[in-house]
Design a protein around this ligand. Structure first.
Ligand code: GLN
Length: 540
């Protein structure tokens, strides 16, 4: 039987950073609410095989999937909006495409042919684009093409979309996202960049079916008409996407513009039930009507680029909504924190979160932040490196261990309280070789973690090479830092807590990757609850 899966391709024009990921996620949410099984995948035109080796300054956070893929941060949005997990297959890069084609060529699979961009690279792109749809698990697959139309490196992707659109007929559709700049002097939204961008797509043989325009002001009828005329589209297929107060407003805004119904009509699919988005609206209403503002400091070394901590910031938003509080997030550069300014930088915080990271830069400041939270009784949440630093600080300042550090920073330390995992010792290559993805974890009853999750067995995602050195666990537990979460197979410490502290919890795993609008992560909810209580106490 021929496949009935529909394919929607989302391209971007005029500038980057217009929010193709949010557009794709919002549309997917609406289609999901209408009863369709939808997934989103992203194709990135860079040569890295995955973003795992990229510096966060280059590309923001690296999002980790349940099956252990290091992926683009847009996959985080897909999961947060759709509330279903993505996988390795949802993120493909040019590097991965070429790697597969070159491996095939080396095996002799091309039978002596010259291997070329068209058809060999485009065929491989096509194969990857169709993969998720062929499993029969999805009615609609949305494919986001990274980059901007007109980029040299995007060309093979646009060419593949051209071929697929032809092959799929009514089952394929292209949405092009552009920007309508507003000119203050003439007081107008300008359509020319959009016209040029669509011309560029047309030059590659792709006629967009729907044009979504990002804009600061509402489009007039004339503007909509002009875009429709220049881009060979009916006015109903020109959709406005206004700047939003929060990304979570976008599905509702696009629903008002009927994007979902226009899409379904073009794909010859039934409209299904009208999206009510009951839970979504309740989440938004709590988010926008908070009882109090609670201040949380995020201590990290990439804070200049907020995208480097995207999932953490979003998980705090989800957890804030559950607690009916607004989280005022203070971005604190770990290199700025020292004993002299700790009071000024950290004193007014209701909660301190020490972020994940790699390498020695900023470690001292993170240690000081942990010490401050521990000594002043400020709710503390450490994630991955944040947990390792919490262990280091406790070893140094509570137990009094000399030269107490991670072997990541000092291979021959006298007290290597954090050390390389056994399985990592043979690893030579950087890409894709960390302990990645979902692993089980058993929780101790009577712990903060157990109270938050309300169950004793959980599964969380990971991305690390180092661990709490088990040789030190007894000493730490005796001094008051207890291990409340462990891997059932290896005994690896997944969570530590300080029982005498109002709220001090740190995890080796990354809870932020599993927080969604409909399933806010329990550890973020409980951390913010503690921060809220701290805030109320401080006010009394
Ligand atoms: N650098 C540490 C490790 O590899 C922590 C990693 C992280 O924070 N994601 O174990």
């Amino acid at each position: 039987m021929a496949s009935t899966t529909r394919y929607i391709f989302v391209t971007g024009g005029v500038t980057s950073s217009l929010g193709k990921g949010i557009l794709a996620s919002s549309l997917a949410k609406l289609l999901q609410e209408r009863g369709y099984r939808v997934t989103i995948q992203k194709f990135d035109p860079y040569i890295n095989v995955d973003p795992g080796t990229l510096n966060p300054y280059e590309h923001g956070e690296c999002f980790v999937t349940e099956d252990g893929a290091e992926t683009d941060l847009d996959l985080g949005h897909y999961e947060r909006f759709l509330n279903i997990p993505t996988s390795q297959a949802n993120n493909v890069t040019t590097g991965r495409i070429y790697q597969t084609v070159i491996q095939r060529e080396r095996k002799g699979d091309y039978g002596g042919k010259t291997v070329q961009v068209i058809p060999h690279i485009t065929d491989e792109i096509k194969r990857c684009m169709m993969l998720l749809g062929e499993e029969g698990k999805f009615d609609i697959v949305i494919t986001e093409i990274g980059g901007t139309v007109g980029d040299i490196e995007s060309l093979p992707y646009v060419e593949t979309v051209r071929q697929l659109k032809y092959e799929l007929g009514n089952r394929g559709l292209v949405i092009h996202l552009t920007l309508l700049p507003y000119l203050q002097t003439s007081g107008e939204l300008k359509t020319k960049p959009t016209q040029h961008s669509v011309k560029m797509l047309l030059q590659s043989g792709v006629q967009p079916d729907i044009l979504v325009a990002r804009t600061e002001f509402h489009m007039t009828k004339e503007v909509r008409g002009k875009i429709a005329l220049f881009c060979n589209l009916p006015q109903s297929a020109v959709v406005e996407s206004m700047d939003a107060e929060t990304i979570y407003d976008v599905p509702l805004m696009l629903k008002k513009e009927n994007l979902d119904t226009v899409v379904l009509k073009k794909l010859k699919l039934k409209p299904g039930k009208t999206p009510e988005l009951v839970e979504w609206r309740a989440f938004l209403s709590r988010l926008k009507n908070p009882l109090e503002t609670v201040t949380v400091g995020l201590v990290g070394k990439y804070v200049e680029l907020h995208d480097a901590y995207k999932s953490i910031a979003e998980a705090l938003t989800h957890g804030g909504s559950v607690n009916e509080i607004k989280v005022d997030l203070k971005w604190i550069h770990s290199e700025d924190v020292n004993p002299e300014n700790a009071d000024r930088l950290l004193g007014s915080l209701d909660g301190i979160l020490v972020a994940p990271g790699f390498g020695e830069r900023g470690i001292e400041g993170k240690v000081i932040a942990v010490q401050y939270a521990r000594e002043k009784g400020i709710p503390f949440f450490g994630i991955c490196l944040g947990m390792q630093v919490a262990v280091i600080e406790f070893g140094q300042n509570v137990i009094g261990l000399k030269d107490c550090i991670s072997t990541e920073f000092k291979p021959n330390a006298e007290n290597p309280v954090i050390c390389l995992m056994e399985e990592q010792k043979q690893v030579k290559q950087l890409g894709g070789t960390m302990r990645l993805g979902g692993y089980d974890c058993d929780l101790k009853k009577d712990s903060l973690a157990y109270r938050a999750y309300r169950k004793s067995s959980i599964r969380e995602r990971h991305r690390h090479r180092y661990e709490f050195n088990p040789a030190y666990s007894e000493k730490f537990e005796a001094a008051g830092m207890v291990i409340t979460g462990t891997n059932p197979d290896t005994g690896l410490a997944e969570i530590v807590e300080i029982t005498s502290h109002p709220y001090f919890l740190a995890t080796q795993f990354h809870p932020e990757f599993r927080s969604t609008v409909e399933n806010p992560h329990p550890l973020f909810v409980s951390f913010l609850k503690a921060a809220y209580q701290h805030h109320q106490k401080a006010r009394d």
